[in-house]
Ligand binder design. Structure first.
Ligand code: HEM
Length: 505
């Protein structure tokens, strides 16, 4: 009896417990859904950002007119309307974001709301009709996450790892080769950009694909010059991006770009990949990035990737050498204009660099001034963060931002504002050193962006630039450079950039 009574009461208890649990779950679900509705209604009822009056067809494109650097227009708009400014650029709704806290809200706090990229026709044309082939201009997707995950161990090799040591050796070897090309004459004029591009190209080719193109092979000239033109092109902004009917005026330019890209593809297939796809056998050790792409395809790993997609990813990353070569050319211009900075680097070289033939990445930690010079060059050139696009209705600093809005992050202002930097127009590497003389990066300095679409190649920029600048200045002083650089652009328009080198001995 006692047992049966207990059985009844325990059953009742279970039922009661289940009922209470269910009620709690239902209540919780309702609260969450009400909260969600509350959040989304808070988003949709947020005020629109202020902005200038728009005109038919062009919208507000007129506000960019007359500025040397378009981003200067964004700073002026910020002063007039506030940090978040709404624009209509032709057919494209856009928002300009000024102020480091707002930029961080887009890149970091709400990185999932802003992980798309602009849908410009030009980007589709540049990547065989589909911008999703590109690493930098695609929208976020499982495929893009995979491409980033596969690249990360290669572009960010861990210190002291075998990969890092391999990269260190490859960079030193090609830097040394570059130095052997310069004569020991007291003075000589060299096309510095070509040297930087060729050496960087072969560093990338060897590290990612275990293959180089002979320095005397005409194909290397085609490889670097075509990539350089493509790099210049993708760094330009056109009215046609916002008014697609103008694309017809770029027809010839686009056809030329197609030709350059095809030539690059042929060289990559012929000179760099060769028979690697055919000779790869499942389970083989993956010796480089190319192997990891081939293994992914041949072993049918998920998410699946086509050989064509893999080729575009490889091409994009090998093309990163153009960013490094152009950046180095810009650094040289700043150094030529600031002889005291060259002298200070040479002092650091002489003090820390013993008698070794080549300065390697292991010397970076004892050469903070040189690293500060590279940071200051990045600050001064203030190349724009690739525009983002909102993938949902959201807010920035409390202002309403509809889905598919183009977002310009004004890092020109955060790099050049007198509120954030002492004498921002001056080239002063010391600003990146703390009182102890150690390298120091202020929080408001984001030359490589941040968040889930941040730059995949910044370590390569830091490593290769360090090696080439220090080894060059170890034996030579740069006296004059007959070429122009343009603040707000990482791309140097000319392939010919003559620099006079004087031997230090
Ligand atoms: C001085 C040279 C360079 C600068 C200033 C630079 C800067 C940037 C910036 C600002 C972004 C956009 C970040 C964002 O949207 O938050 C970016 C994206 C990217 N960078 Fe760089 N970069 C440089 C060199 C390189 C190199 C050498 C490589 C390749 C090895 C590279 C690979 C990429 C890729 C793949 C992306 C797209 C990432 C994505 O959208 O998911 N970059 N870079």
């Amino acid at each position: 009896m006692y047992i049966s009574l207990w059985t009844i009461s325990s059953n009742t208890l279970y039922l009661l417990f289940a009922f209470v649990l269910l009620s709690v779950v239902v209540l919780l679900a309702e609260t969450i859904s009400r909260r969600k509705k509350f959040v989304s209604s808070a988003v949709s009822s947020a005020p629109s950002p202020p902005g200038p009056r728009k005109f038919p067809i062009i919208g507000n494109l007129n506000v960019l007119d007359g500025y040397e650097v378009p981003y200067q227009a964004f700073s002026d708009l910020g002063k007039k309307y506030g940090q978040i400014v709404k624009l209509q650029l032709g057919s494209v709704p856009a928002v300009v974001v000024n102020g480091i806290e707002n930029i961080k809200e887009v890149l970091i706090t709400k990185t999932n709301h802003f992980d798309s990229r602009p849908n410009f026709q030009r980007y589709h044309r540049l990547f065989s009709g589909n911008k999703e082939n590109s690493l930098a201009f695609c929208d976020w997707s499982d495929l893009h996450k995979l491409r980033r995950d596969m690249l990360t161990p290669h572009t960010f090799p861990k210190s002291f790892s075998t990969r890092f040591q391999d990269l260190n050796g490859i960079i030193s070897q090609h830097t040394e080769h570059m130095m052997t090309q310069f004569s020991s004459e007291p003075s000589q004029t060299v096309n510095i950009k070509e040297y930087f591009l060729k050496s960087s190209a072969n560093i990338f080719n060897e590290y990612f694909c275990s293959k180089t193109i002979d320095y005397n092979d005409q194909k290397l000239d085609t490889f670097i010059s075509n990539f350089d033109r493509i790099f210049y092109e993708v760094n330009q902004g056109y009215a046609a991006d916002f008014m697609p009917f103008l694309m017809t005026f770029h027809k010839n330019n686009m056809q030329q770009m197609d030709r350059w890209s095809h030539q690059v593809r042929d060289i990559i297939l012929g000179q760099i990949i060769g028979d690697r796809l055919d000779t790869y056998a499942n389970g083989m050790e993956e010796k480089d990035y190319l192997d990891s792409l081939i293994a992914h395809i041949k072993e049918e790993r998920l998410p699946s990737m086509s050989w064509d997609t893999a080729l575009f990813a490889l091409e994009d990353i090998l093309g990163g050498h153009a960013a490094v070569g152009n950046f180095l050319t810009i650094v040289c211009k700043y150094l030529i204009d600031n002889p005291r900075v060259q002298l200070a680097i040479q002092k650091e070289i002489d003090e820390t660099n013993h008698n070794a033939n080549v300065i390697t990445l292991d010397d970076r930690k004892s050469m903070p001034y040189t690293q500060a010079v590279l940071m200051e060059s990045l600050r001064m050139i203030a190349s724009p963060i690739v525009p983002h696009v909102s993938n949902q209705e959201t807010t920035i600093n409390g202002y309403h931002v509809p889905e598919k809005t183009l977002i310009f992050l004004n890092n020109y202002e955060t790099n050049m504002s007198a509120d954030l930097w002492d004498e921002p127009e001056q080239f002063k590497p010391e600003r990146f050193l703390n009182e102890q003389g150690n390298l120091f990066k202020p929080d408001h300095f984001l030359p490589f962006g941040a968040g889930k679409r941040s730059c995949m190649g910044y370590k390569f920029v830091q490593f290769i630039s360090f090696s080439m600048i220090t080894n060059l200045l170890k034996t030579h002083t740069m006296k004059s450079g007959d070429y122009k650089i343009q603040p707000g652009s990482l791309a140097v328009s000319d392939l010919r950039c003559p620099v006079v080198l004087e031997s230090r001995v």
